[in-house]
Design a binder for this molecule. Sequence first.
Ligand code: GLN
Length: 477
Amino acid sequence: MSLHKLSGWQISEKLKKKEIGLGEVVSFFQERVQRLNPKIKAVISLFDEPLGPEKDSDSKLWGVPVLIKDNICIKNKEITCASKILKGFISPYNATVIERLRKAGLVILGTANMDEFAFGSSCENSCYGPTLNPWNESCVPGGSSGGCAAAVAAGLVPCALGSDTGGSIRQPASFCGAVGFKPTYGRVSRFGLVAFGSSLDQIGPISRDIVDSAYLLNIVSGKDSRDSTSASIAVPDFSKSFDGSLKGLKVGLPKEYFVSGLDGQVKKTVELAISVLKSKGIEFSEISLPHTEYAVPTYYILASSEASSNLSRFEGIRYGKRIHQNNLIELYKRTRQEGFGQEAKRRIMLGTFSLSSGYYEAYYLKALKVRWLIKKDFDQAFKAYDAIITPTSPTAAFKIGEKADNPLSMYLSDIYTISCNLSGVPSVSIPCGFTQEGLPVGLQLISKHFNEEMLIRLAHAYQESTDWHKQFPVNYE
Ligand code: GLN
């Protein structure tokens, strides 16, 4: 039986036709996690009792096993954000996305590894140690949702839910040869997602094909009264976008994304993917997103500022770990000193500095203004173009340790993904080929706010004419 090579929707069809039983599916994937996870360390906890369907549903993903990034709350389960400071924290409630998954009848197998509090692009900043890339175990799987992406790539589950503040769904998906979808800001409720950058965070799917991602997106999307930033905009049936001609669509290629920092092999692979789409009748033109060069500093000021504020709630009193002291201030200090890892401390210091009096105007306020300019670049482009296409990341997966001691080079590797979070637009990374070393390359599709349908239409058409999404890493066959 090679269920691990099927997509979630294919497994669900088999279940509905009674070709296979739910117990069989669940134990098949549990066995794969038990056998293969010690190699890649993608899963933090495999539940003894998976959270099964609450009731029957006609969902296209009924009975499909999933993993959840360790920053999304699951009732009565330990949620740690891969941080020592949250060790022992048991969530008293479910995130809205978890309730929706359960209603649709998916089976939650456990939680997946990540960079601590989602700070990182490599999954190396985890208190559990790094996850490895199943395509080459000496490489990182990307981050911060690296555990989800590696688990999907290695066939430990067909799909997973991650979160994306600056690329954390798309970049690991691209490094692992998976599909990673960041919805429009406001499309999916953030209730129960441990906040990193509240104005940037979105939950979204990671899967092996666009069909599973579209179905998952339908399940988790929509207004939620418990998240005031979730949008009251109707959620279309995304599967309607599986057909549809691409003829006459106009797609922009931003010149700022095809510059010297882009690896030659990634560039070639992306150009080949563009030629496939061209043959389907899309008109491509070079465009400009002139404020791209400011995206990295703008993001790291804003995201760190929001993070420093959001993380102030972890003080040893209400959540997780506590280092007992006689004096309250000492208790806070010691708990945070011992509980947070190096990168979390760096973000807290960067953010606190940007928000402090005397520096607020020069850093935080200025970054807010530049964010607006970056958003306007996209608004302008989408007046004339249906979508924008770029590489997801300037390189394929890098070696474990290669950037671990150089935060600046790690930050710069996010250059292609963070503008979408700053401007709130949806984007998806889809597999589009491999480097000579056999590492996956991702193609990033971007559209205007709440037009996920366009991304699904493009991705589905591309997937129909290629089989990159069907490739499987040899050691995990
Ligand atoms: N790599 C980026 C960062 O470290 C994005 C992380 C994310 O999207 N959570 O902040």
